[in-house]
Design a protein around this ligand. Structure first.
Ligand code: SF4
Ligand code: MSK
Length: 682
């Protein structure tokens, strides 16, 4: 059992399940993180390690020390960083490749059960690629689009198609710096080559190449993934849904989808509505089939189908620990190997569904587009059969409403409708100072920090400072659990100017833009803001920041790097993987700012993240000659703005900012709702 007790989570639902896990002697990522101290070599200022050849691993702990081959601290830190970018880019981009294959199969009529749900977006994408549209069926067009994407993964020369979606000025900068990716796989392979023993040994040079690899992810593999998910499964638009472990149901068959790929999970959303399977569930004593999600597969089905989310990354074991999950089906990425052990303590079946991911002890049912619907039906049937094996359940009561589904298309639409949609109102609100700036607060949970605390602290404080927040991935789920992703949150948390904008448009102050692969939507929004006019001509001109307060994955490193290379100031919490090298830390901060206008910094303290973010936003405002941010100028038309907020003593500001402890905001089954927007199972 844990040697050291600390606050593991701010989520009362998670805390209740963790207490039960401790009582039962079942380990979780939370308890293992307390026992397993992070290796100080590579995660702080005690040193770093290279294991790129077998003369090592070489452990460097002193200034001036070098590896057996003579590799310096700078080279090793840059190589480790570059390899993380390559791994993260591979994960996202391979996901995009599989979606291209799925679209191709659908276009050829080889994937029964699938359809093209957004033919409008398909035609838009095809037109951008110069593919002829006239008098051609969606399937002919889809085949051509899929072919372009599939080729781009293996492309050797030239440039990626979606580079043209970036502002013109940014494209020219990338061209001058040699940063335009030539092919998606080529950039990843080249980084692995360059960082092999005895290759590229100049830290700055290695890091420039890692930016090009990351750009191949952000403006390549990930961007294709977003496009194809929308084309195949529908472009998201806002809908009401629920989040947290309280969405599991005692009287129904619970199926949890977890991972990242929407292909099979969206088939499961169809299968659970099948009258034959519903009747089968009833014949086994269940009152229905309840589908919910974890992590980013959850985000995919949440924003398109309103399927509830059982939680973010650190909830994966906790969902099983409720005893109420018949099947957890997992595809790719962010799946803890420990799931199988936890599932083994209950009746839960763990099913791996990607041909790429097998877990010893789990049932393997690999997905292929050709048989996707049938596989989905088999999994649902298996879950129903498992219902009778369920023992005692302990489902926490807490769940909260959220409004997900703010695709960049919808954000354009909400600012003027179908015919006049644009980014002009948003740009104007920023120019006027009603909105101080924009922040993308994204990324994972990390078992080494208090779950959700940094996400929640950063976002609440940014909102109070009139910063509009967009979120993806587990960060979006983190804040949804505390009621920040509903319209009412603007009245409770936003500063006076932001409150007015949210009221006028009818949006939450925190916009859920999708899964972690959908950070490309944020790139698109920033590009559209830059090209709309009034906020400069490039992403680096916009008063905006990107923050990953609780990051843990290599994909997060790839995202942070492509955002920085696209001109954004990116701040990561938790700790720095390059802290031991002052030079690499400097290159990614001041160095990158001088070359690409964006930078990536690792800052552990959430308050310092907030301070640097606001400072950056204000500097960008000043550079654009916009009026200095002044919260007193706005809010007169709103309902009770926090006009005197800044003149209050700090304790009262904190009380206003954070209100009552977050758990008191959560919905419960028997307490009803703290807001009037909620739902209850009762
Ligand atoms: Fe050591 Fe050099 Fe081999 Fe790295 S590449 S493990 S520093 S000898
Ligand atoms: S799932 S990469 S923990 S966001 Fe996308 Fe969440 Fe991070 Fe995985």
């Amino acid at each position: 059992m844990p040697k050291e007790q600390r606050v593991r989570t701010i989520d009362p639902a998670a805390a209740a399940v963790l207490a039960r896990a401790d009582a039962l002697g079942i380990s979780t990522a939370f308890s293992r993180a307390e026992v397993m101290k992070p290796c100080p070599i590579g995660s702080g200022d005690a040193g770093l390690c290279c294991k790129n050849c077998f003369m090592g691993p070489c452990r460097i702990t002193k200034d001036g020390q070098v590896g057996v081959c003579g590799a310096t601290v700078e080279t090793i830190a840059a190589r480790n960083m570059a390899r993380a970018v390559a791994a993260g880019s591979s994960a996202h981009s391979d996901h995009g490749r599989d979606l291209a294959f799925t679209l191709e199969a659908v276009a050829k009529g080889e994937a029964p059960g699938y359809e093209i749900r957004d033919p409008f977006k398909l035609r838009q994408v095809a037109a951008q690629l110069g593919i002829p549209l006239n008098e051609r069926s969606v399937y002919e067009i889809a085949r051509d689009v899929a072919e372009v994407a599939i080729k781009e993964f293996g492309q050797q020369r030239g440039k990626l198609a979606w580079i043209k979606r970036a502002p013109q000025k940014r494209q020219e900068l990338w061209a001058r710096l040699g940063l335009i990716p030539r092919g998606i796989d080529r950039e990843v392979v080249e980084i692995l080559h360059r960082t092999h023993m005895g290759d590229d040994q100049d830290a700055e040079h290695i890091l420039m190449a890692s930016m090009r690899t990351a750009l191949a992810d952000g403006w390549g593999g990930s961007m294709w993934a977003t496009d194809f998910s929308d084309i195949l499964f529908g472009t998201p638009s806002p809908r009401l849904a629920q989040v947290n472990l309280g969405v599991l149901k005692d009287d129904q068959v619970n199926i949890v989808v977890h991972g990242h790929e929407p292909q099979l999970s969206l088939m499961v959303t169809e299968a659970v509505r099948d009258p034959e399977l519903l009747a089968y569930a009833r014949s086994k004593g269940a009152n229905g089939i309840n589908l919910c999600g974890i992590c980013c597969t959850s985000n995919e089905v949440l924003m398109r189908q309103g399927i509830p989310s059982a939680g973010n990354f650190l909830h994966q074991e906790l969902a099983i620990l409720t005893g109420a999950v018949e099947i957890m089906m997992v595809d790719v990425q962010c799946i803890m190997q420990a799931l199988n052990d936890v599932a083994g303590r209950y009746h839960t079946k763990l099913v791996t569904t990607s041909p790429k991911v097998k877990i010893a002890g789990a049932l393997h049912m690999p997905f292929e587009p050709e048989t996707g619907f049938e596989t989905a039906r088999q999994i649902v049937r298996l879950a129903i059969d498992n219902f009778a094996n369920r023992g005692e359940t302990h489902i926490p009561k807490e769940f909260e409403d959220l409004v997900p589904g703010f695709s960049h298309e919808y954000i354009g639409y909400m600012q003027g409708g179908v015919f006049r949609g644009s980014f002009r109102p948003l740009n104007n609100a920023i120019a006027a100072g009603r909105i101080r700036g924009v922040a993308g607060v994204v990324g994972c949970n990390n078992a080494r920090t208090t779950q959700d605390l940094a996400h929640n602290t950063v976002v609440k404080e940014l909102l109070a400072n009139d910063v509009l927040v967009v979120q993806t991935g587990c960060g979006a789920i983190a804040n949804a659990k505390y009621g920040l992703l509903v319209g009412e949150a603007a009245m409770e948390y936003a500063g006076p100017g932001l409150q007015e904008v949210c009221e006028a448009i009818g949006i939450p102050p925190v916009l859920h833009m999708g899964s972690c692969v959908d950070n490309t939507r944020i790139l698109t929004v920033l590009s559209q803001m830059a090209t709309e006019g009034g906020l400069g001509e490039d992403i680096s001109d916009i008063p905006a920041v990107g923050i990953a307060p609780e990051w843990m994955s290599e994909k997060a490193i790839a995202i942070g790097t492509y955002c920085a290379a696209s001109g954004a100031y990116v701040l990561f919490g938790v700790g720095s993987p390059v802290e031991f090298s002052q030079e690499v830390t400097r290159i990614m901060s001041e160095g990158w700012e001088a070359t690409v206008g964006g930078k990536l910094e690792f800052v552990e303290d959430p308050q310092e993240i907030i301070r640097r973010s606001l400072d950056h936003i204000d500097k960008k405002r000043a550079a654009l000659r916009l009026p200095a941010y002044d919260p007193a100028r706005f809010g007169q038309s709103g309902d009770e703005p926090l006009q005197n907020y800044f003149s209050l003593p700090i304790e009262e500001q904190q009380a206003l900012l954070y209100g009552t402890p977050s758990h008191e905001h959560a919905h419960t089954h028997d307490q009803g709702h703290s807001h009037d927007h909620g739902h209850s199972h009762n």
